[in-house]
Ligand binder design. Sequence first.
Ligand code: SAM
Ligand code: SF4
Ligand code: F3S
Length: 444
Amino acid sequence: MQNGKIFIKTFGCQMNEYDSNRIYDSVSKLGFVKTNNQSNADCYILNTCHIRDKAKEKVYHEIGRVKKLYRDKKKPIMVVAGCVAQAENEEMLKREPYIDIVLGPQSYHKVNDLLKNYIRNLKHDVTEFDTISKFGYFDQIKNKNNKISAFLTIQEGCDKFCHFCVVPYTRGPEYSRPFYKVIAEAEQLIENGAKEITLLGQNVNAYSYTENSKEFRISNLINHLNQYSELDRIRYTTSHPRDMTDDLLECYSTTNKLMPFVHLPIQSGSNKMLELMNRKHTVDEYLKIYERLKKINEEIEFSSDFIVGYPGETQKDFEDTFNLIKKIKFINSFSFIFSPRPGTKASKLKMIDKNISKERLKLIQKELFNNQKEINRSMENQIIDVLVENRMEKQSKLFGRNKYITPVIFDACDSNIGKIVKVKIQTSNQNTLFGSVDKNMKAA
Ligand code: SAM
Ligand code: SF4
Ligand code: F3S
């Protein structure tokens, strides 16, 4: 469709964001052009997330909204992609005739053919697990993402089967992309102007690719990327405590571009809960990783994910989580009330009282948010290194991030975009640091 406009609305994790960008790269071969105007598209893709709450209902609600937007216009080709599409597949086509194509995350290599067929008036549900073909296909298409901070998926899927989680069902088994294909794509991103690359995977540190009897781990990728002079920063997310192997920990002392920030979900501070959740690690093992990394570099800070109100969680279990949060002053974190997901083991368990869960969430969030505010406040009047990403929409300020991924908003001119600059922090709130750049200042 020459000059057809395509709009993708993305929910969920960074891997969905990466996938949406790769879909844009793919459909551009059909002549589709990306638009940011959601009410004027020829093709509208909802890239969905199934991790919590009423994910399915939210999708139907979104489709209702799109219907309204296009009431007096030509209907766009309506595609539901992502993890809800994978979980619901043809059910969605039956329930909502407005949907034309249902496309699971491992079938994105088929998007161009599906759109061509749609134009020939066929409805489609494609939700097979076919990760190699997906990446085999995308390896042939240049990654055109030209962001200063770019995502790069190196691993997909999960074999760990935590009892609460849908990811193994929506993303399929663990798959690691070939080492040299990842490097080739990283080089494209660097050529496009990336100064920071975040390696992505549902279990990113489980990355393992073997070629000619040599195993490549995420540490090999980090060490390799560290050599590119045009690249300033390397990050990775999301990691699992069980895969924090020695070679990865070593990268924190042998490389200078790996940021001193580790997002390492623990979910609960109670061993009993970790076992009930089938997390396959203990609190002590987590603390050991924390201590070893702090020994390597005291500046390393942690963030985490927590689930409260998981079936079987007693007041004592909750207090264990609360005490862990007090002990490790997480720099930021995500915390959720357990949400039963269809098809998972935990969905069959007896829920604990909703009000107790709500109260527990309130208590840990208060503690987590206070930590966050305190850490941000401690940066006031300091001069810090910020990688400048862009000018903020409709504002005169620039946007960047410090080494801990905290957003920084500050006054400076556009020539700083893509550079690491020294910013003097003046004020802060829970999520953001505010300041201004000064050429004469030296970073702390
Ligand atoms: N693979 C990562 C790990 O093992 O930590 C996390 C992946 S998941 C996309 C992100 C987070 O969502 C999890 O760490 C967990 O805290 C939360 N989550 C997953 N399933 C959930 C559920 N059923 N209810 C509440 N939170 C959930
Ligand atoms: Fe989900 Fe657990 Fe796999 Fe993370 S490790 S994606 S929480 S099943
Ligand atoms: Fe959501 Fe799927 Fe990511 S369920 S968090 S979009 S892997």
